[in-house]
Structures are given as structure tokens and as C-alpha cells.
Write a protein that binds this ligand. Structure first.
Ligand code: G3P
Length: 219
């Protein structure tokens, strides 16, 4: 399973990418706001740090405006990194229209805010490169989020659909294990959760005790 980092925080992207585990980045307006920097300030550097799909979200509601905005975003990215741009469009009929048009232009599309297998199927039919089911937000309203990942994976397998599934809105490390067990192509994970995945108290205890014993035998 590929791991994308779900943040616009450049320090976190730089640090966690240095672990050699980051295959791409997903951002959205809320994540850019949280980073405390403006979109224009961060865009160039993200592409320099990670060589993989970087999702940038449009905020227009009409298909033609989405397409215009998407092209504007692509043009902000240095020519050499443009192959890595994935435009995030919302899962609406207008978003589907924009997906169809952007695909024709050879631009990668990540259809976001997907909350059902039907929405994922429509996004794939329209030509999405990625679909992003938001599982944590479904859990929040008492619906088992991972259930739709299972359904999408089954449907995409049935019809050899090439659209990749990005499990998004991940809230804890168990979500990541579940996504991987279901064979999701990608999980996009907030940095704090990636850090939790790397940690185990027995690892820390083991290191401490090896260091202590080494002090006794090193001479
Ligand atoms: O990639 C989508 C993700 O950022 C949404 O997460 O926690 O706002 O539901 P959340």
C-alpha cells in the first residue's frame, strides 16, 4: 500500500519523507490554513520534497470554473514537477463534469469527499485517477467508514477499474491496518498518526536495555 501524507505542514512533510516512506501528499484548504502559511508559499516546496502525486484542491463549484482553477494551479507548479499534480475536485455532478474535462487534458484527478461506493463508481466512470473515501467522517456519524472501502475495492476488482482508492480522513493507526488488509491502493495519513505507527513501547524499552547492557560490556 502506498502512503501519502495528509498535511500541508512543510516541516512534517520534510521530516517524514526523510524516513523513505512517503509516496505522495494530499492537501486541502483546511490543511493549508492549519499550516499557518499561504498556499502560494508552500506549493513550490512540497513538489521539491516529494516525488509523487501531490493533491491540490479546487474550491469552485461549477465545472468550467473548476477546470479553469485547476489549470491555474498546474501553471503555478514548476514545469518539471507538473506530472505529479493531482487536482482534487468534489464529488458532485459538476465535479464529475470537471473530471471528464481534466482527464482529456491529461491532468490527474482526485475525486474527494466520497462517502459511498456509488459515488466512487461514478467518479471512476468519469475518469478519476484517484477516489478518496473519507472514512473517519463516516465513523463520526455512526456509519462504519471502512465498509465503503471494502465495497469500492470489490467493485473496482470486479470491473478491472484502474482508478486508485485513497483511504482518507484516517483518525488512528487501526484505520491504516484495516485499509491495508482490504487492499486499498493508498492511505493518506496525518503526520501524527504516521508517528504513532512507527512507535512501540517495547521498541523503546528494548533500546534502553541494550544501551544499559552495552555500558557494562563495552570495555
Ligand atoms: O484527506 C482528507 C482528510 O484531510 C480529511 O480528514 O480528519 O478532516 O476528516 P478529516
Amino acid at each position: 500500500m502506498k502512503i501519502f501524507i495528509d498535511t500541508a505542514d512543510l516541516d512534517e512533510i520534510r521530516e517524514i519523507a526523510s524516513w523513505g516512506i512517503v509516496d505522495g501528499v494530499t492537501t486541502n484548504p483546511t490543511l493549508v490554513k492549519k499550516s499557518g502559511r499561504s498556499f502560494n508559499e508552500i506549493i513550490e516546496e512540497i513538489f521539491e520534497i516529494v516525488d509523487g502525486p501531490i493533491s491540490l484542491e479546487v474550491i469552485s463549484e461549477k465545472a468550467d470554473d473548476m477546470v479553469k482553477e485547476a489549470k491555474g494551479l498546474v501553471s503555478k507548479v514548476n514545469q518539471k514537477y507538473r506530472k505529479n499534480v493531482a487536482i482534487k475536485v468534489p464529488m458532485t455532478p459538476e465535479g464529475l463534469k470537471a473530471t471528464k474535462k481534466l482527464k482529456k487534458e491529461g491532468i490527474k484527478i482526485n475525486v474527494t469527499l466520497v462517502f459511498s461506493a456509488n459515488q466512487a463508481l461514478l467518479a471512476a466512470k468519469a475518469g478519476a485517477t484517484f477516489v478518496s473515501p473519507f472514512i473517519g467522517r463516516l465513523d463520526d456519524i455512526g456509519q462504519e467508514g471502512m465498509q465503503i472501502v471494502e465495497e469500492i475495492a470489490e467493485i473496482f476488482t470486479n470491473y478491472d477499474i484502474e482508478t486508485e482508492v485513497i483511504v482518507a480522513s484516517i483518525r488512528h493507526p487501526i484505520h491504516v491496518i484495516e485499509a491495508a488488509r482490504l487492499g486499498a491502493d493508498i492511505a493518506t495519513i496525518p503526520p501524527g498518526i504516521i508517528r504513532k505507527m512507527a512507535k512501540h513501547s517495547l521498541t523503546d524499552i528494548g533500546i534502553k536495555s541494550f544501551l544499559k547492557d552495552w555500558e557494562k560490556v563495552k570495555k
